[in-house]
Design a protein around this ligand. Structure first.
Ligand code: NAD
Length: 271
């Protein structure tokens, strides 16, 4: 069996480390290397299995382009500026790009679309099976409940998270908006503080909590007079995202060029 060579950019980050473990634990894959930003304190250090500590014989490098050149797939959970640069390398070297970075602007996403004309790119705000099922259920519920049901999306993450609302919360909002056949930009209420006035009928509200080491919790609630429906997902460990990203990496090796998401990877009913 030929193993799929998978590299990890941002390999010393929280997700980077978890991804290293998930790749080393997957027999169909082999780790082709890992990079970090130039000023990372981990530069040049040995890349080890995060749980067993076994040395892979690889070292943390700053040369992302070389990693793309020497890999079938590169998994990228870094930051938007880095992901935009990485996707150029993916297109240039014909390397599949699995992008999990959140906080990407519409302009940043254009770079992923451009790369997807040359190579398979899987881009998702959330790589877990459970959350993708939650996306589907949210769309379905929103399509069945009228505007008597106010939709509110609550998320909580660890204290180190830098963007808000989470990419997953925004995707849940998009799914709810799709279910209602409205444009999220027209109905999103993302920041309530002070005298906000009454809630507008049809709005989709967002609320954010930060603290501790919470890997990710999301609840979509549908609130009518005298009754409330809540759909929730709680991530116990970020390994669920890493396993999903590795699954996407293996799946993408059989796909043509194009921009895919986890609905495609998991075979869930599409948009
Ligand atoms: P983190 O800060 O722990 O890790 C990011 C790593 O990327 C850091 O080690 C950083 O040094 C590195 N990095 C930054 N610029 C780089 C560059 N140019 N080259 C190489 N490495 C670079 O953050 P994290 O918690 O691991 O999250 C990373 C991203 O993944 C965030 O955007 C987060 O929201 C997202 N995320 C997505 C999912 C999902 O399922 N899609 C799940 C969890 C986290």
């Amino acid at each position: 069996m030929t193993q799929v060579k998978i590299g990890v950019v941002g390999c010393s980050g929280r997700m980077g480390q978890t991804l290293i473990g998930a790749i080393l634990d997957q027999e169909k894959a082999m780790l082709s290397g890992g990079t970090e930003r130039h000023d990372s304190p981990h530069m040049g250090q040995a890349i080890r299995h995060p749980v067993t500590g076994i040395d892979t014989g690889l070292m943390v490098s700053a040369d992302a382009e070389a990693l793309f050149k020497n890999s079938h797939v590169v998994i990228d959970f870094t930051c938007p500026t880095a992901t935009v640069l990485h996707t150029h390398y993916a297109a240039k070297h014909g390397t599949i790009h699995i992008a999990g970075t959140t906080g990407m602007t519409a302009e940043d996403e254009k770079a992923l679309w451009a790369a997807a004309e040359k190579v398979a790119v899987v881009y998702a705000a959330n790589f877990s099976l459970g959350v993708n099922l939650l996306f589907y259920l949210t769309r379905k519920a929103a399509s069945m409940l009228d505007e008597d049901f106010d939709i509110e999306i609550l998320e909580m993450h660890h204290r180190h998270k830098v963007d808000a609302p989470s990419g997953t919360a925004l995707s849940l909002g998009q799914q709810a908006a799709k279910g209602r056949s409205v444009d999220l930009d027209q109905v999103a209420d993302r920041g309530r503080d002070g005298i906000t006035g009454e809630r507008r009928r049809g709005d989709i509200g967002f609320a954010t909590l930060r603290g501790g080491n919470v890997a990710g919790e999301h609840t979509v609630s549908f609130n009518a007079d005298d009754e409330r429906i809540e759909l929730s997902h709680k991530a116990g460990d970020r390994a669920i995202f890493a396993r999903g990203a590795v699954k996407a990496a293996l799946w993408a090796t059989t796909q043509d060029a194009g921009l895919y998401n986890m609905f495609d990877v998991l075979g869930l009913p599409g948009e």
